[in-house]
Design a binder for this molecule. Structure first.
Ligand SMILES: C[S@@+](CC[C@H](N)C(=O)[O-])C[C@H]1O[C@@H](n2cnc3c(N)ncnc32)[C@H](O)[C@@H]1O
Length: 226
C-alpha cells in the first residue's frame, strides 16, 4: 500500500501575531479596564525620568506579548526596550509582531541568573511591569526588587502597575465587587476571558510550535503561579 502525506506549515506571521495580541489586549482589559490609561501613566513617568538620557535602557518584567513594552518603544523611540517573560507562546507572539521594537528575553524572573538572561550592557534607566509581579511570592519579589535596585542607574525608576492581593477577606470581597462593577460600567466584561483566549490559542495551527514548547516545559515555575 502506498500513500502520501501532505504537511502544511502554518507560519506565525507578524500580521497574525498582531491579531492575537489585539485579542490578548481586549482579554486583559476584562481584568484591568483602565489598562491603556495605566500604560500611559507608566510611559509618562518613564519619559520624564529618562528625558536627559541619550539612549535609555528600559525593561518590562512579565511583558507577555509585549503590549506595554511596544507602547514604551513607540513613545520613546530612542530607547532600547527589553521585555522579559517566561511563557514561550506569549514570547513568540511578541517576537513575531513587536520584534523590531522590543528585544524579548526568555527567563523566569526570580530564578537564579534571570537578570543575566536580559543581556544588559549598562545600567537600566527604568523598569516597568503591568499585572505580572503579583505572581511572585513575597520573598521572591523582595529579592527581585533588591536586584533591580542594583541594576538601575542612580535616579532610575521602577514603575509597577499591578493588582495586589488583598489579605483581609472583607477588603478582598469589596475589592472584587468594585472591580467587577467598574468593568461592567466600561463594558469590559463583554470581552473574551483569559480561559477563552487560551482555549482559542490552543486550537490555532500557527501557534502549535510555541504551544508544544509550553507543554514541554510543563507547569509554570512556582514563582509564576499565584
Ligand atoms: C497577566 S499577564 C500580563 C502580561 C503583560 N504585562 C500585559 O500587561 O499584557 C502576566 C505575565 O507575567 C508572566 N510571568 C509571571 N510570572 C513570571 C516570572 N516569574 N517570570 C517571567 N514572567 C512571568 C506571565 O507569563 C504573563 O505573561
Amino acid at each position: 500500500m502506498s500513500g502520501t502525506t501532505t504537511m502544511v506549515a502554518h507560519e506565525l506571521t507578524a500580521e497574525r501575531a498582531g491579531e492575537w495580541i489585539r485579542r490578548w489586549d481586549l482579554q486583559q482589559e476584562r481584568y484591568a479596564c483602565d489598562r491603556e490609561a495605566r500604560f500611559t501613566v507608566i510611559a509618562d513617568v518613564v519619559e520624564t525620568a529618562t528625558a536627559a538620557v541619550g539612549r535609555p535602557l528600559l525593561a518590562d518584567l512579565g511583558c507577555g506579548p509585549g503590549s506595554l513594552a511596544a507602547r514604551l518603544a513607540g513613545r520613546i523611540p530612542r530607547a532600547e526596550v527589553v521585555g522579559v517573560d517566561t511563557d514561550p507562546l506569549l514570547l513568540a507572539l511578541g517576537r513575531a509582531h513587536h520584534g523590531s521594537l522590543v528585544r524579548f528575553a526568555d527567563a523566569t524572573i526570580g530564578e537564579p541568573g534571570w537578570l543575566s538572561a536580559l543581556g544588559l550592557d549598562r545600567p537600566l534607566d527604568a523598569v516597568v511591569s503591568a499585572t505580572a509581579l503579583h505572581y511572585l511570592p513575597e520573598p521572591a519579589l523582595l529579592a527581585v526588587y533588591g536586584q533591580l535596585r542594583e541594576s538601575l542607574r542612580p535616579g532610575g525608576v521602577l514603575v509597577n502597575g499591578d493588582h495586589l492581593f488583598q489579605e483581609d477577606p472583607a477588603v478582598a470581597r469589596l475589592a472584587a465587587v468594585v472591580g467587577r462593577r467598574h468593568a461592567e460600567r466600561h463594558g469590559a466584561d463583554a470581552h473574551e476571558d483569559w480561559r477563552g483566549w487560551w482555549a482559542a490559542a490552543t486550537r490555532a495551527p500557527e501557534l502549535a510550535g510555541p504551544l508544544a514548547e509550553r507543554a514541554r516545559r510543563g507547569p509554570a515555575p512556582a514563582a509564576t503561579t499565584g
